[in-house]
Write a protein that binds this ligand. Structure first.
Ligand code: URP
Ligand code: ZN
Ligand code: ZN
Ligand code: ZN
Length: 478
């Protein structure tokens, strides 16, 4: 036979629009797209299904060690199963750095963890301590290993950078052809709020949202953009939760700056009220920035439609509700400050964006594909190997049943976490089959893939992160 696999009769979302056609797969890649292709060893009938590029989730905390000695509970194996269950085939994860430590010493260990999973994966490098040794000696080495994005936090106690440190990272990224991805919230403002709330006895999970209102996100977003503009360095603002932060990005884009904005399913489904559940229950919804309210969800959709926010990632965090590594690691009566931030969402991402977006008429099918696969792959330098159905690309494909109605349960997420914040959410649209590099890795919810079959995706230089060569006054740092 001419092909290893033929996918016949589906509505295929190609790079040149959606069309009813066949796809031929050979040696793990897309070999042909045509109205009718030739013989194949295996035929997959896709009548009545959408045929979409596998999801590319460019913001996942998988098996990530934290400064306090805990490790995010999803391993690369369990996270891969969860990803495949939800139609995602590749992810970008985070190599940690802790204050006082280097980055290279972490790289080999973390890469070895990634190699045990089934997902194709690339890495962001967290910079939490930009010493001269790290910036001058170690960053070039991780770049040579295929890392092309540096992640910085403008808040969180053990991770946050001040402006001088942030500028140092921006300049290093500029020198080495990396994107900088930024967690934008104001550290000192949140610290002041947190102390004031705790002193007033306002300690429950719901006060997490009170400790970090929209304005602290808007301020840090504005500052991150201003400093990136000053040194002429492209950035992506992570997990935008509100219109006022997105407006900062829109203004930057209107000035022609290379600034992109990511949002997440939690910012179109969860609200601060979720954290106001009795007892410790609210911890299940604690993430940063904090979910806002239903009116904000509509504004986020508007910013997606305008193209200001052009990527939806999960920001998957493996903290279980029970257990010593999870939400209750400091006890179930811990004050909100001491409950780890982040929620699991790898498997729920595509179903939520499809259901809330396409099924409810807020966006079209092509927008869905761009938000969940093509744009993340482009922005992270993985395109066109990932994120698109076109000849030569990896055969990462999800067959999508647009009519299927599902009530989300934790079991459907297939992760190692004991809860999902989306329990009970009804969605229309669900993955029927996931194919990774020409191999069926999920069929009707059953994940079948060999641990260790996931490939590391080293990234090379790419045009999108080239500086513009323009600064506000013409001064360019050496
Ligand atoms: O609350 C969140 N988002 N935790 C994960 C780490 C981060 O800030 O992205
Ligand atoms: Zn500090
Ligand atoms: Zn973050
Ligand atoms: Zn994150």
């Amino acid at each position: 036979p001419e092909y290893d696999i033929a996918i016949r009769g589906g509505l295929v979302a190609t790079s040149f629009g959606a069309a009813r056609c066949d796809i031929g797969i050979k040696d793990g890649r897309i070999a042909a797209i045509a109205e009718r292709i030739g013989d194949a060893a295996q035929v997959i009938e896709a009548d009545g299904l959408f045929v979409l590029p596998g999801g590319v989730d460019t913001h996942c905390h998988i098996e990530q060690p934290e400064a306090n000695g805990t490790v995010h509970e999803d391993s690369f194996v369990t996270a891969s199963a969860s990803a495949f269950a939800g139609g995602t085939t590749s992810a970008v994860c985070f190599i940690p750095q802790f204050k006082g430590g280097g980055i290279l010493e972490r790289f080999a260990d973390y890469k070895a963890r990634g190699a045990k999973g089934m997902l194709d994966h690339a890495f962001h490098q967290i910079i939490a301590d930009p010493t001269d040794a790290v910036i001058n000696e170690e960053v070039p080495k991780v770049v040579a290993e295929g890392v092309r994005s540096l992640k910085v936090f403008l808040t969180y106690e053990p991770l946050h950078l001040n402006d001088a440190e942030f500028i140092k990272v921006l300049l290093a990224a500029r020198r080495h052809g990396c994107l900088v991805t930024v967690h934008c919230e104001n550290y000192d403002a949140i610290g002041w709020r947190t102390r004031a709330l705790l002193e007033a006895g306002m300690t429950a999970p719901k006060y997490h949202a009170w400790s970090r209102p929209r304005v602290v996100e808007r301020e840090a977003t504005h500052r991150a953009i201003a400093l990136a503009e000053l040194v002429d360095q492209p950035i992506q603002v992570f997990h935008v939760s509100c219109e006022e932060a997105a407006e900062e990005i829109a203004r930057a884009q209107a000035r022609g700056l290379k600034v992109w904005g990511e949002t997440c399913p939690q910012y179109v489904t969860l609200t601060a009220a979720h954290m106001d559940r009795p007892g410790f229950e609210g911890a299940k919804f604690m993430c940063s920035p904090a979910p806002r309210d239903t009116a904000e969800h509509a504004r986020i959709w508007e910013m997606i439609r305008r193209g200001t926010l052009d990527v939806v990632s999960s920001d998957h965090c493996g903290f279980s509700y029970e257990g010593t590594q999870g939400k209750a690691q400091n006890g179930r009566d811990a004050v909100f400050r001491d409950i780890p931030n982040g929620i699991p969402g790898l498997a729920a991402r595509l179903p939520i964006v499809f259901s809330e977006g396409v099924s409810k008429g807020r966006i079209g099918l092509e927008d869905f594909v761009k938000l969940t696969a093509t744009n993340p792959a482009r922005i992270m330098g993985l395109y066109p190997r990932k994120g698109v159905i076109q000849p030569g690309s990896d055969a990462d494909i999800v067959l999508w049943d647009a009519a299927k109605k599902v009530t989300i349960t934790n079991a459907l997420m297939q992760h190692a976490i004991d809860y999902t914040p989306y329990e009970g959410l009804e969605v229309t649209g669900w993955p029927a089959m996931t194919i990774r590099r020409g191999e069926v890795v999920m069929r009707d919810g059953k994940v079948q893939a060999e641990p260790g079959s996931g490939r590391y995706l080293p990234r090379g230089p790419y045009d999108l992160v080239k500086p513009r060569g323009i600064t506000p006054d013409g001064f360019v740092a050496p």
